[in-house]
Ligand binder design. Sequence first.
Ligand code: URA
Length: 234
Amino acid sequence: MERLQKVLARRGVASRRKSEEYIAAGRVAVNGEIVRELGTKVDPDKDLITVDGQATAKAQLVYLAFHKPLYCITSKSDPQGRPTIMDFLPPAYQELHPVGRLDWNTEGLLLLTNDGELTFKITHPSYEIEKTYLVWTETGVGKKELEKLAGGINLEDGPTSPGRARLIEPGLIELTIHEGRNRQVRRMMGSLNLPVKRLQRISLGPIELKDLSPGKFRKLTQKEINNLKKGSSS
Ligand code: URA
């Protein structure tokens, strides 16, 4: 038996939080009975689960690695008409949702899926998935600054958890962090007076950007999906 909102999220109906809202709003029925209780458990193989009277079914789950190019927003749509990541995906993938977000002027690896359960897990602060970035800076970065970046930086919304930082060449560092706070890398660098010239995410847990070109996507392998679900990095 599983929680109703978990099953709805996995079936691609909506994120787990949105599914909870649907339940509370009385839009979800199990075997013909409206259910408003969030803790309700169901048997996904036997129970008939409907949303607004429409049967839900096991979704064909899709997992993509996408190379977000510069100057587009990580959103399904934009009221201001700016380019979004969805402009780069074919019609068949327009129902997918981004897992987390990258800034307008950040490039690199972004996952997209219709697996609401995995999205919930990865974006939950307790999951602490490793995120690695290449950070190009306007000025050189010293040993002390690398140590501070790796050790954790005190930001206005609290200290960042320890990560890793190494110099690749003058003006280019590789930084690994575990959280996904708003503009986290830029704020960490800013607190050390290190203006960021360019920012690219090159990995997210076990998934690597490698040679995927900007604006292009690829399907994750089954091994990558399994590792992502396990929270393992290889
Ligand atoms: N950190 C940032 O500052 N921006 C991003 O887009 C991702 C991480």
